[in-house]
Design a protein around this ligand. Sequence first.
Ligand SMILES: Cc1cc2nc3c(=O)[nH]c(=O)nc-3n(C[C@H](O)[C@H](O)[C@H](O)COP(=O)(O)OP(=O)(O)OC[C@H]3O[C@@H](n4cnc5c(N)ncnc54)[C@H](O)[C@@H]3O)c2cc1C
Length: 480
Amino acid sequence: MDKTVTSERRNFDVIVIGAGSGGLNIAAFMNRIGLSVLLIDKEDRAIGGDCLNFGCIPSKALIHAAREVAAARRATAWGIRIDGEVDWKLVRSHIVNAQETIREHENAGWFRLKGMTVVLGEAAFSGPRSVMVKGTEYFGTRIVIATGSRPRQLTGQGIEQVAQVLNNENIFSLERLPRRVLILGGGPIGIEMAQALQNLGVSVTVSDRGEHILGKEDSEIADILQKQLEAEGVTFLLASALQEFTGPNEATFTLSGGRVETVSFDAIFVAIGRELNIEGLALDRAGIETDGKGRLVVNEYLQTSSKHVYACGDVAGNFQFTHAAEMHAAVIIRNMFSPFKRRFSGDHISSVTYTSPEVATFGLAPHELTRRDIAHEVLCTDFGDDDRAITDGYRYGKQKLYVGSKGELLGGTMVAPHAGELMQELVLARSASLPLSALFNKTYAYPTAARINKRTAATYMTRQLTLWRVRLLRLLFKVV
Ligand SMILES: Cc1cc2nc3c(=O)[nH]c(=O)nc-3n(C[C@H](O)[C@H](O)[C@H](O)COP(=O)(O)OP(=O)(O)OC[C@H]3O[C@@H](n4cnc5c(N)ncnc54)[C@H](O)[C@@H]3O)c2cc1C
């Protein structure tokens, strides 16, 4: 142990390592109810975590700017003339403004004012119930690891000669945008960035090993998005494997069938997955186990192998979203107070890829329903003759809902403008165990885009009209 350790013993009810989406939720609640909370992050500007600094906020601010540019270009269809290029500095200051506005209530001073002890520096365990930061040791009755994740590094042959390697940690603060970007990884981060950059005037190529983009999504839904992106000029290299970087601005890929394709770029953007931030934590000093693959061993109650130490957010290794970190926090808070432990379940999780159109998904996917032997049917609605889709020009939209034998919503997915918003009432229906008939019986203002949910419900209700029910209705009509 470090000989410069401060001898004064500092005890806390809860120590939270990492002041991002997960850690802040837990720290704020524990502080509100009067427990002593120590919140640790590397530095003041790191508070807010990935979401504020390198993830959700800068990416959604960038997407907002890019959407406005795309909308302005589309407006030429109505006779308006648009010329000129995007001023990246203005886009960047919009991103920074969004971050700084949120930072006003996400900083060390703010949380200290609220009553928390905030310590800045890298934390590492010094024992089962103690954590060391810059030579001072702190003791906690409960400890939460909420240290998040970082972009997985690319290790392809010749990577050292690449002119500019970008990822979500450096792209938002670029001085100027590269002219051509090769994006490695066709998941949500890669695809959101692909469309935003293309709309801002960058020429984008996306490569992915999979047969379709957004590998975790339904392939029909992902294909519809891909076509929209292709129409905007994004190039896709799917089912491709990076062979090597042959120079600072060039890479070769092997495609299915053995064909080799060369791609030129000014910068690459790496979005090939995430690695968990655990290696600097000296977990062995606390007897906390890892699985040997860079992941914490975490049980369904989100406890590590040391039961009073919990894992929250990305570092817990399941769903990597801000709202998943919030769900973790809710489970952990409950489990710290109750002898009746609650399991974390991702069965109600939802996610949105913030492209135009958006891809929104919730609940259980068909392969999972089949794996669990849950009887279900798939209701599929094309938006082709939806009145709002006709007026607003998104007849390509598609929705799939998975419905159980009692008419209960089990999950679903859709691609449409603002699909993430359209999905919210479906998420509520699923979590409140409402049957599809609840959507059918609701009166939707005409012509709201959300009426598509009622349409799918109507398909289901119509299917329930069996022959004998129809006969019964006819009979009732005659006798009443
Ligand atoms: C480009 C991008 C876009 C995204 N968009 C969305 C989105 O639209 N919606 C969504 O739900 N999710 C999105 N995400 C995911 C979301 O950002 C993460 O899931 C979320 O931030 C995870 O929260 P967390 O608390 O687990 O970790 P973080 O928010 O990353 O917080 C971890 C904190 O721990 C600190 N830390 C790490 N190690 C130590 C240590 N040893 N000592 C002290 N402090 C330490 C870090 O500095 C950091 O502040 C996006 C991610 C990226 C990369």
